[in-house]
Design a protein. Structure first.
Length: 615
């Protein structure tokens, strides 16, 4: 290998880069070694020189002075690196290669030089430990002991540099660990934020903007509960593999929570409107592509498994808002997508009025807590009739309402999910149940008949292992038996916790309650799972009843009836509003019906009065 080839050998340069510090100082330890070296050999100066393929640089010196870099061809140490062993020049003026050197003839007037190679563990010489003096012939030769000490000192310099490099590498690894998600290897929220800040700081464009897409993978927690965390992480990895090819060069993907990913994009340009427009167009295209990636289900053996993407999007010029404000905004957008599309894929773009909406939500939350504590909500009762006995009222469904002092009532579709989210659904559910039991007892006492009451149970309530005992206690204190109560569970709610509520359902049955599967046909029930759960009643959703008898939903009404009959379940048609709908459900074997055709939801007093008037 030629001298030039050795100096430019990539492996040697890589070894040098790994050990060389970015600044001129290599630390107090190496400077101390140069001072020890100078004293041991009695020279004016000892230095550490590093040599790459273009120049020599001084990294440490016993006198604390680090001279400027020197191009190759003019240095003493280049010879030592190429010779790869001790080089001793007693008098530089007598050496034909350096007698005319500016270091010899110039102000420094160097006369003596010795260089010991700095050899890495891989065997590459990356520089020298030099002895320099303005006196000639102070060492015309070294004893074996001096050479051995000299080599040991040079090795100590290399090992000190290696330890420093190891420390720096360890720090970098710790930083990477702090910035990476342990499961997927993606950046975490902190790591992504760091990358964005670094990229924005290094941008030379006049205007820069950031776009964020936060992806909540609804259903991932359910898969983990069903098949284990290991399988859930495999599905998460497969989802990430689908998303990676979508990313452009200026985009990153991070995992910011158990079931949430974040895609970030930087756009820059000379004009802010152009940056904003480019961000909006890119994010719109990217969200469409993300949604498409989840249309194809994942699989567990032969079972298709669906992850439902709920997306929040936010973008802005960094001149308008800080990066941290933008992260808050995309959090808010995905929260709204989750709230607006609780069990389906959805997308929400952040906008200026979103924060005001959340402030209104906080106010609504406080008002709901107060309403529950004060008992200012109301329970109304929609009669349920026996279609096989002349539409005689046999019971009712208890429905909670939230009237307002001024303006319309707040929909249960708004405040019930809110009660679930803020953790007051148990308190609300038990209050409604108690009111329903008291009304049921009063109706039975006034009519002398055995009636029953349907009460909705939230999926969050089913997470309470003591639910059966608590409801049984309330029912008996109110003077009714659990056998008079039908607890209604929505199909979509059942699917949220289908693998974890079997024990609770069995306890409810053991306590004497009947279970009704509400809104059947709107969820994604596994029929095999349905046959193993202890339901006694199926309620077909009102959307299919209203589509009867001539719309496509009529087929669902008929098929649900056939299924219920095969499973030995009672059938209830809800939302019956016309005589044609009533005739159709009766024709297909539905035993019970409820809807405006028979009665609208009534107050407790009006419900009992309706019972008495129908006797």
């Amino acid at each position: 290998m030629s001298a030039r080839d050795y100096l430019s050998d990539p492996a040697r340069l890589e070894a040098l880069d790994r050990l060389e510090v970015a600044d001129r100082g290599t630390g107090a330890a190496i400077e101390a070694l140069t001072r020890v070296t100078a004293r041991f050999f009695g020279v004016e100066r000892a230095t550490v020189h590093l040599v790459d393929d273009e120049r020599q640089s001084v990294q440490a010196s016993s006198d604390g002075v680090c001279a400027p870099d020197v191009p190759l061809g003019k240095t003493f140490c280049e010879r030592t690196v190429l010779y790869q062993d001790l080089v001793l020049i007693p008098d530089l003026r007598e050496d034909t290669g350096f007698s005319a050197s500016e270091f010899v003839t110039g102000p420094e007037q160097l006369r003596f030089y010795a260089g010991m190679p700095l050899r890495t563990d891989e065997g590459y010489v990356i520089g020298t430990l030099c002895l320099l003096d303005s006196r000639a012939n102070i060492h015309r030769a070294f004893s074996d002991h001096q050479v051995a000490v000299y080599r040991d000192l040079a090795e100590a310099v290399v090992q000190t540099m290696a330890l420093r490099d190891l420390h720096r590498s360890s720090q970098q690894r710790l930083l990477r660990v702090g910035e990476e998600d342990a499961v997927t290897g993606l950046l975490n929220r902190w790591g992504l934020t760091t990358r964005l800040v670094e990229s924005l700081d290094s941008s030379t464009a006049r205007h820069a903007g950031v776009g964020l897409i936060q992806i909540r993978l609804h259903g991932l927690a359910r898969l983990k509960h069903a098949y284990g965390s290991g399988f859930g992480n495999q599905v998460l990895g497969a989802a990430i593999d689908r998303l990676r090819p979508l990313l452009a060069r200026t985009e990153w993907i991070a995992r910011i929570s158990d079931a949430q990913l974040l895609i970030a994009r930087i756009e820059s340009g000379a004009h802010e409107p152009d940056v904003q427009s480019a961000l909006a167009a890119a994010l719109e295209a990217r969200t469409e592509a993300v949604m498409e990636q989840f249309e194809t289900p994942f699989r567990h053996e032969d079972t298709p498994l669906h992850l439902i993407p709920q997306l929040g999007v936010a973008y802005a010029s960094v001149r308008q808002v800080s990066l941290y404000t933008l992260l808050d905004r995309v959090d808010g957008a995905v929260y709204k997508a989750r709230r607006d599309y609780p069990d389906e894929s959805g997308l929400c773009w952040s906008h200026s009025g979103l924060e005001a909406e959340y402030q209104e939500d906080v106010g609504l939350e406080n008002r709901l807590r107060q309403a529950i504590e004060e008992g200012s909500l109301r329970v109304v009762y929609q009669p349920i009739v026996d279609l096989t006995a002349g539409n005689r009222i046999v019971g009712a469904e208890a429905l909670v309402r939230w009237p307002q002092p001024s303006g319309p009532s707040i929909s249960p579709g708004v405040f019930v999910p809110l009660a679930e989210e803020i953790g007051v659904i148990d308190q609300l559910g038990q209050w409604v149940f108690e009111q329903a039991c008291r009304t049921l007892r009063h109706g039975c006492e006034q009519t002398g008949r055995t009636l029953w009451m349907s009460v909705n149970v939230s999926p969050r309530q089913l997470a309470n292992s003591a639910l059966a005992s608590e409801l049984e206690r309330i029912a008996r204190q109110a003077g009714v038996t659990p056998a008079q109560i039908r607890l209604e569970i929505t199909e979509s709610g059942l699917m949220q916790q289908a693998d974890s509520i079997g024990t609770v359902l069995e306890r409810l049955i053991t306590a004497g309650f009947s279970l009704a599967l509400d809104d059947f046909g709107t969820g994604h029930s596994s029929l095999s799972r349905l046959t193993h759960l202890p339901f006694q009643v199926l309620k077909v959703d009102r959307a299919f009843v209203s589509d009867s008898p001539n719309g496509p939903g009529a087929a669902v009404v008929a098929s649900v009836s056939t299924l219920a009959e095969a499973l030995g379940l009672k059938r209830v048609a809800e939302g019956v509003e016309t005589a044609e709908e009533a005739a159709y459900v009766r024709e297909h074997g539905y035993e019970f019906g409820q809807g405006f055709l028979y009665a609208e939801p009534l107050s407790a007093e009006a419900f009992v009065a309706r019972l008495l008037s129908s006797e």
